[in-house]
Design a protein around this ligand. Sequence first.
Ligand SMILES: [Zn+2]
Length: 311
Amino acid sequence: MGKLAVDSTRPPGTKSRHTDLAHTIQCQMHAFLEELPTEFFPASVVSVSPSLSSSCSQSRKFSSQSAARFFLDIFSGASMPVSTAVQDLAGDRVEPVDLIHGLDLLDDNTFESLLRLASSGRIGAALAAPYCCKHSRATLRPNGPAPVRTPEFLDGLPSNTTQQQLAVQESSTIHDRSRILLSAVDRHAGLVILENPSTSMTWDDPLMYEWVHAVAPYAAQACACQFDKDWAKAWMFVSNRPAISHLARSCPHPAGTHEPIVGVRLPDGTFKSRITAEYPALLAQALASIIRPFLTSGHQVLQVDDWQSLA
Ligand SMILES: [Zn+2]
């Protein structure tokens, strides 16, 4: 199970992470986030409905095996709530991509197989939720392990040990590879969605900033309390389709109403945010309803190793 050096995972032509331009872009990203309303699109927006139904009618054409369109769930989580919700709607899907299910995105062979699949046109929709422990601002809080990256040093602190720097590079690789896979799906007219917590430092990364503007410019913030969870937490979704606006729900409650999550540690020293990482069922169902029109129906769960056997 070899691991590529992190820089080799970048698409050709992208910039190194430390440039004067990067600082400028980072400042622009901060301005962008400060201006971003809690709901990028109001939940009541219905103008996306025609595009949804249009996609629906298109998906009906994919009746033959050769035109099957599957859902790709990258970092599905142990209980893979979105894959389950998609299956409940009879949508075709690929096996979940997550280390806990035996598919490690850091493994070069796995990544290459996934990239060929994503580039084949068989993925109707893909969701990536790259884990963000090293991107979390929670690591900047006191009384815990020293942070390995900060908003000023997104590529890792100069004082990092080799092991700490390796952790930074793995985290960056996971995010880079997630974007590469989603871009391949986007090039074949598939729906792509990327999610991280609103507080994740990944949104400060110049490469992420550029990718969002180029590929996934539609954004929606979903507050946990609107999906039946009493958490002071919000997920940020970006997508290449405006239908993502269906997820946008803001918290109408006063500050301090909900259980604090960000930066709160459990007795064993880990962050409480880890146990809130998987989506509530209501959120998974809302995602599945956006994803389903881009998929065909009636095929078995596709194994990554088997996709080339499709007719
Ligand atoms: Zn609320």
